[in-house]
Design a protein around this ligand. Structure first.
Ligand code: CAA
Length: 240
């Protein structure tokens, strides 16, 4: 039977490309989404991939959502924690809600999904967790103390959980995308984005499929010795 993969924030942008690649790889893919019903319906119609709505920042909703997927589709073998939001602004302008929403969804979502799915992976002796971090979690970014902190947290979360999963054949890795051609990046003011792109050695934004290819590798059987790692896919914008 095909392994089941859940991709959070899977109906648009990078998440959608990940869903499509994992489906091509032979997984039974389920997309989670948080808000945009219209986009989710169009996604399911176009891809044939089921979409389930819940807020990954809500611990109990995530538990219930993953239970529903398990009952209706099957036990979850692969989790891709891709859901994320931005609430950009300098510290002086950032509200507590801007801080808290980003921490709750971007970082809390990874914890909630792992709590729901790790025990089953452990029981079955195989699992893949891929967390989508960010170049801005590695290097910081003006106007993003919330997002950079949450994404940086994802990298620490990845390394800690990798140590716990290793003896059960559960690998836990992160991908740190640079600036990718999605709605999230399109929301950056044009004059600011121009300056950012000028600093990307490859000279362009990345494409969602260029992140999805990395996820696809990390979810494969062949990647069983890769755990606790961060794959940076950023056009050379940040190297370390
Ligand atoms: N370093 C130093 N100073 C900077 C700066 C930087 N990187 N960016 C802006 N400034 C300065 C400006 O020069 C300006 O100074 P002056 O007033 O002296 O001229 C001052 O800061 C205010 O700049 P803005 O006019 O941009 O301020 P704003 O309040 O209108 O906007 C902002 C602030 C919302 C943070 C805006 O700069 C912005 O959107 N920046 C982009 C943030 C960003 O890159 N977000 C990434 C979103 S995509 C994503 O997150 C995906 C991913 O993982 C990569």
């Amino acid at each position: 039977m095909a392994r089941v993969a859940i991709v959070t924030g899977g109906t648009r942008g990078i998440g959608r490309a990940i869903c499509e690649h994992l489906k091509e790889d032979g997984f039974t893919v389920v997309a989670n989404y948080g808000g945009n019903d219209e986009a989710a319906q169009a996604f399911t119609k176009e891809t044939g991939i089921a979409a389930y709505k819940w807020d990954v920042g809500d611990h109990h909703a995530t538990q219930a959502g993953c239970e529903k997927v398990t009952e209706e589709i099957g036990p979850v073998d692969v989790v891709v924690n891709n859901a994320g939001i931005t609430r950009d602004g300098t510290l002086m302008r950032m509200t507590y809600e801007d801080w808290h929403d980003v921490m709750r969804i971007n970082l809390g979502g990874c914890f909630n999904m792992a709590k729901a799915c790790f025990p089953g992976m452990k029981e079955r002796g195989w699992g893949r967790i891929v967390n989508i971090g960010s170049i801005n979690g590695q290097a910081g970014q003006y106007g993003q103390v919330n997002y950079a902190a949450a994404k940086s947290g994802i990298h620490g979360f990845t390394k800690a959980l990798a140590q716990e999963g290793a003896r059960f054949d559960i690998t836990v890795n992160a991908i740190a995308p640079g600036y990718i051609d999605t709605d999230m990046v399109a929301a950056v003011p044009e004059n600011v984005l121009e300056k950012i792109v000028a600093k990307i050695p490859v000279g362009r934004l990345g494409q969602p499929s260029e992140i999805a290819r990395g996820v696809s590798f990390l979810c494969s059987d062949e990647a069983g010795f890769v755990t606790g790692s961060t794959m940076s896919i950023n056009g050379g914008q940040h190297m370390y």
